[in-house]
Design a protein around this ligand. Structure first.
Ligand code: NAI
Length: 270
C-alpha cells in the first residue's frame, strides 16, 4: 500500500469497524498507513460479535467501548481518546448503521415504531450527540474533519431501504446544520460520504441485496466503489487538502447518482 503521509501527526477516532468487510475497517487501515494515530470504538455488542481487536493490533490502536446513542459513553470515549492520543482530535469517522425493521424484513406499511425510533437514534441522532459532545468538551482542533457515511436512499426510493431512508435524510440534514454551527464557531468540517452498495454485515438483512448490488454496478459508469476506495476518499477528507469542504453530501459511487440509464444494463454477461 503506497503512503503519502497525508495524515502524519493527526489524531482520530474511528467508529464502526466490526469485521474486515466493514467500511470503517478499510478506513482505519488507510488512516494508519497514512501516518494517523487513532482510537477505535464500537458498541458492547459490536465488540462481542466482531473482530475489532484484530484491527487494533494491525493499527496499534486502543479500543474503547461506546454505545453511540448514549451521551455519557461518548463523553468517556472522547476524554479517554484525548488522554491516550495526547491532545485534541483532528478527525472522526462515524460509520454506523442498524435498523431492526430492515433486519426483521418488515414491509414499509407495517413498521414497528419503537424500532423506527431506534433506527433514527442510532443512525442519525447519534451524529448530533457526537458533535454536541465534542463541542461541549471542546475536543476538536480547528479544521478537524468529521465524516459520516450515508446512502442515496436518503434522496431516492430504493424499496427495501425502509426506515433507513428517513434516518439517512436526517443524518444528511444534521451534517449541514451542525456543519454550519461548527464551521462558524470552530472551523470544524462536517461531511457525509454517500457510498455505493458494499457487501458488509449491515446489508445482510437487506432483501435482494445481491441483485441490487449488481444493478448499481452496471448503472455506474465506473462500477461500484469498494470499501477500500471509500477508505481512500475518506483519507482525502481527513487531510489538509480539503480544508474548505464542509456541509456536503459527497457521492462516492462510480457515477451512479448522475446516471439515468446505462447501456451496460443491456449488455450480455458473456
Ligand atoms: P458494518 O455492519 O460493518 O458497520 C456498521 C457498524 O455500526 C457496526 O460496527 C456496528 O457495530 C455499529 N453500530 C451499530 N449500532 C451501534 C451502536 N448503538 N453504537 C455503536 N456502534 C454501533 O456495515 P457498513 O456497511 O460498513 O456500515 C458503515 C456505514 O456505511 C453505515 O452508516 C452504513 O449505513 C453506511 N453505508 C453502507 C453501505 C453498504 O452498502 N454497506 C452503502 C452506503 C452507506
Amino acid at each position: 500500500m503506497m503512503s503519502h503521509n497525508l495524515l502524519r501527526g493527526k489524531k482520530g477516532i474511528i467508529f464502526g469497524a466490526l469485521t474486515n468487510e466493514s467500511i470503517a475497517w478499510a478506513v482505519a487501515e488507510k488512516a494508519f498507513s497514512e501516518g494517523a494515530r487513532f482510537t477505535l470504538t464500537n458498541s458492547p455488542l459490536g465488540l462481542r460479535i466482531g473482530q475489532i481487536n484484530e484491527l487494533a493490533k494491525l493499527c496499534n490502536a486502543e479500543v474503547i467501548t461506546a454505545d453511540v446513542s448514549v451521551v455519557e459513553d461518548l463523553e468517556n470515549l472522547l476524554n479517554k481518546s484525548m488522554e491516550i492520543l495526547g491532545g485534541k482530535i483532528d478527525f472522526i469517522l462515524h460509520a454506523i448503521g442498524m435498523s431492526k425493521n430492515v433486519l426483521k424484513k418488515r414491509d414499509y406499511d407495517d413498521l414497528n415504531y419503537k424500532d423506527f425510533i431506534q433506527t433514527i437514534d442510532i443512525c442519525a441522532l447519534s451524529l448530533h450527540k457526537l458533535l454536541q459532545t465534542t463541542s461541549k468538551l471542546d475536543a476538536l482542533n480547528e479544521y478537524a474533519s468529521v465524516v459520516t457515511l450515508t446512502y442515496i436512499g436518503s434522496q431516492r426510493i430504493f424499496p427495501d431501504y425502509s426506515d433507513m431512508s428517513q434516518a439517512k435524510a436526517m443524518l444528511e440534514s444534521i451534517v449541514r446544520n451542525f456543519g454550519y454551527q461548527y464551521g462558524i464557531k470552530k472551523k470544524v468540517r462536517v461531511n457525509a460520504v454517500s457510498q455505493s452498495p458494499t457487501f458488509t454485515t449491515a446489508v445482510k438483512g437487506v432483501k435482494s441485496f445481491k441483485e441490487f448490488y449488481e444493478f448499481a454496478d452496471k448503472m455506474s459508469p465506473l462500477g461500484n466503489a469498494t470499501a477500500q476506495e471509500c477508505g481512500d476518499y475518506c483519507i482525502t477528507l481527513f487531510s489538509d487538502l480539503t480544508r474548505k469542504v464542509t456541509m456536503q453530501t459527497l457521492y462516492h459511487d462510480g457515477g451512479f447518482s448522475s446516471t439515468g440509464m446505462s447501456s451496460n444494463l443491456f449488455m450480455k454477461n458473456d
